[in-house]
Design a protein around this ligand. Structure first.
Ligand SMILES: [Zn+2]
Length: 72
């Protein structure tokens, strides 16, 4: 019996963790500061302007795409 409970708990933790990771990849929530330049922004804004958002998206895409995967 204990096994089943352990497995269920482990599975839901993994699921929860994955959901968290996916959310983090998209963008962190409002922090009070621009995610790109750390300038103070009003709720619920996450960037001070669209340039910062674009820069941040470029930057976060760079992290996800590993270099050295050029294939012809
Ligand atoms: Zn900014």
């Amino acid at each position: 019996m204990g096994d089943i409970v352990d497995k269920a708990e482990h599975a839901s933790n993994a699921f929860f963790q994955e959901a968290l990771n996916n959310k983090a990849k998209e963008a962190p929530g409002h922090t009070g500061f621009c995610l790109n330049c750390n300038e103070e922004v009003e709720h619920p804004l996450r960037w001070c302007d669209t340039d910062c958002r674009d820069d941040w998206e470029k930057y976060s895409n760079k992290i996800e795409v590993a270099p050295g995967h050029d294939e012809d």
